[in-house]
Design a binder for this molecule. Sequence first.
Ligand code: ADP
Length: 205
Amino acid sequence: IKTISELFKTLALKPAAPDKLQFKPDVKLLDRMSLFQGDITKLDVDAIVNAANRSLLGGGGVDGAIHAAAGPKLLDECRGLNGCLTGESKITKGYRLPARHVIHTVGPVYSRHNVEECAQQLASCYRTSLELAVENAVRHIAFPSISTGIYSYPIEDATRIALNTARTYLESESGGKLERVIFVVWSNKDKGVYEKLIPEYFPDK
Ligand code: ADP
């Protein structure tokens, strides 16, 4: 189980090329995000996000791993939620997980014919999860790479949406109640994409 202090280790990131910078450098914001490679179900944080489907009754990928680790009471609570629309999020307890809460969000199934709507729905997943986190006094929230597995969202596009939405939200949430957003990647390839793009959205100088 990863403790918060292990997750707080500073990232060793290369600076972004100056022509790529859209955001002002802000070391305080950089200090409120982390990248972690590994199993999200092992994280001892206030909330982990589940890349769920609209039924909220479990599935494959990270959804299956979260339900397996949390135990059957998670499914019992999910049965009472009546599903969830794409782009929206619902919160439950974490049961046997080290995480106190699970925020279930439903990402879009990627379609090349509907790129704009997919992008809006994916951004909405991150935004509504962050809003639920703050409403529930969550200080640390860990996101998997929503929609980029079975739902086949291109990883680079999805990562830009994740980083942009988190950056924008953290800036607006200046009360600082949400202390840290942790992006969890599973594969080396996804880790490389996040490492490449983080300096564009969270520049340090
Ligand atoms: P979706 O249906 O939204 O595409 P998936 O669960 O198929 O969701 O995949 C989302 C991402 O979660 C993928 O990058 C996948 O590799 C990753 N993933 C799968 N299992 C875990 C896990 N235990 N911890 C963290 N990430 C995971």
